[in-house]
Each structure stands twice: as structure tokens, then as C-alpha cells.
Design a binder for this molecule. Structure first.
Ligand code: FE
Ligand code: FE
Ligand code: ZN
Length: 277
């Protein structure tokens, strides 16, 4: 069975997201833990969390994916911004314990001119502050397009971060198809080669989730503009190979395409029709 979900609005809580996911034939979903500006997270509502647990059991959900606000930057050149990111992520992981055992994805950060090495050093420092043995959530580093001074545009950068973190058994990787294609990994013409390289550098056992997005821009453009499935430079045939690849087919896939809920429903239907049971 294809494990698939889409990025949903968290404004009405977990149970509402689960219902929305069920309505589009998904068995998971992604959501922002708070608004992108990194504002205050909502207080946890026990009724909501319990109803979500019930729905996810009943409908055999796979792990859900929380996404950190993309504006935080734990490798900023400014200490106050770094600390804000660290505090935000800690608070998110505290709250995730109300829906234990799931996943939390974040963008490694932008070094803003300090250089890749300094950036990686600050991300490692931040993660060592954030991670705690008591958290049951797996924290995922997202592969990035390499826009501006983004870190995480190569598998080597991600591996370097993982290696520096003490509690790195809590870490995994979320591969974004739009981002890696933008970064120069040719998943259209050489999916096997890209995954072999991922395995050699990071290890496929670290790969926990896929962001499944087409790209508005050509290969290696470092732009990060998502497109609807089949309408961009990656294309339907490549997605068919991606969702069926033996190394990927059992992972959860999350749509972050420019869609409302009905658009996601169509894409899920399409992807399910391409999946070989
Ligand atoms: Fe992301
Ligand atoms: Fe993504
Ligand atoms: Zn993106």
C-alpha cells in the first residue's frame, strides 16, 4: 500500500487534519507546528489529541510529519536568531510528545555568508542543545535546493551534520524530490545512481520520509519552486519510478504541491493508480 499524505492546515487541530486526510484517501499528513514566522504554538487540546489517536488507529495511519517553521535558522550569524530557533524546536518537540513516536522535519539552515563549515558547526551545536533522550520523535533534516546559502544541498553536508550530533540515533533524513532535483541530483534519468550515492554517503536506513513535489524549474536550478505532480520538470514517469522503487516504496510520501485539498485528492488518486501493489 502506498503511504501518502499532503501538507494540511493545522489551524483546526490534529483530529481535523486526520479527517481531512481520510477524506482524500491519505493515511498520513504533514503540518506546520506554528505559523511560518515562528509565532506561539497552540496549546495542546487533550480531546483533540485523543480523537486523533483514535482516528489514526481506526484508519491505520502511518507516522505523521510535523514541519518546523521554515523561517527559523539555527545557523544564523546572529545569536538571538539562533537561540530563537533552538527554543522553538525544543518547544515543538515537547509538544510532539502528546502525539508520540512521530516525525519532525526542519530545514538545516542558511549560513548567510559565514561559510558552509561554520554553518554546519552551528547546526550541530543547535541540535546538541535541542535533542534529548526523552523525546520519542525522529527529527528529520530536509534535503535542500541550495537556494542562497542553504545548507543541506548535498548528501555530504547532511552526513557531516549527523556525524557531529551526539544523540544522532534520533536523526533521519527527509528527501524532497523538488529540492534534490534543483540541487543537481538527477532523479529523472538516474534514480538508481542517486539512491546508491545516498546510501554510500548517508545510508538508506536514515531515509524516513519523502516530500513528493514536481519542480517549476529545470534540473540544477537551485530555485526551490514546487509544482503540481506531472506539471513540472520532473514529470509523471519519474514519479512512477520513485514511488515504486524498492528503496522508497514503503516510506511515507508527503505532497507539498501548490494545491488546495481537492487538488491533493487528485494527485493522491493519480499516484495510487501508478503504484504497483
Ligand atoms: Fe520543507
Ligand atoms: Fe519539502
Ligand atoms: Zn521547497
Amino acid at each position: 500500500m502506498l503511504n501518502i499524505g499532503a501538507h494540511l492546515s493545522a489551524s483546526k487541530g490534529y483530529a481535523h487534519m486526520a479527517e481531512e486526510a481520510i477524506s482524500i484517501n491519505a493515511n498520513t499528513f504533514q503540518f506546520f507546528t506554528r505559523n511560518p514566522r515562528g509565532g506561539k504554538a497552540k496549546e495542546v487540546d487533550f480531546n483533540d489529541v485523543n480523537k486523533f489517536a483514535e482516528l489514526s488507529r481506526e484508519h491505520e495511519f502511518t507516522k505523521i510529519l510535523a514541519h518546523a517553521p521554515y523561517t527559523i535558522n539555527i545557523c544564523s550569524a546572529e545569536e538571538a536568531i539562533r537561540n530563537f530557533g533552538i527554543e522553538t524546536m525544543k518547544d515543538d518537540l515537547e509538544k510532539m510528545e502528546f502525539v508520540p513516536g512521530n516525525m519532525y522535519n526542519f530545514h538545516p539552515g542558511s549560513h548567510v555568508g559565514q561559510g558552509v563549515e561554520k554553518g554546519i558547526e552551528l547546526i550541530i551545536f543547535g541540535l546538541n542543545m535541542i535533542l534529548n533522550e526523552k523525546y520519542s520523535t525522529t527529527v528529520l533534516l530536509e534535503t535542500m535546493a541550495g537556494k542562497g546559502s542553504e545548507i543541506g544541498r548535498s548528501f555530504e553536508e547532511i552526513k557531516q551534520i549527523i556525524d557531529g550530533v551526539k544523540l544522532n540515533h534520533k536523526l533521519g533524513v527527509c528527501l524532497d524530490t523538488c529540492h534534490v532535483y534543483d540541487a543537481g541530483y538527477d532523479i529523472v534519468n538516474d534514480l538508481d545512481g542517486v539512491l546508491k550515492h545516498f546510501d554510500e554517503v548517508i545510508g538508506l536506513d536514515r531515509l524516513k520520509a519523502i516530500h513528493i513535489n514536481d519542480s517549476k524549474n529545470p534540473f540544477e536550478s537551485h530555485k526551490d519552486r514546487h509544482e503540481k505532480i506531472g506539471e513540472g520538470s520532473i514529470g509523471v514517469e519519474a514519479f512512477k519510478r520513485i514511488i515504486n522503487h524498492p528503496a522508497l516504496r514503503n516510506l511515507p510520501f508527503f505532497l507539498e504541491t501548490p494545491n488546495e485539498v481537492d487538488g491533493y485528492a487528485k494527485e493522491i488518486k493519480l499516484l495510487k493508480s501508478l503504484y504497483k501493489e
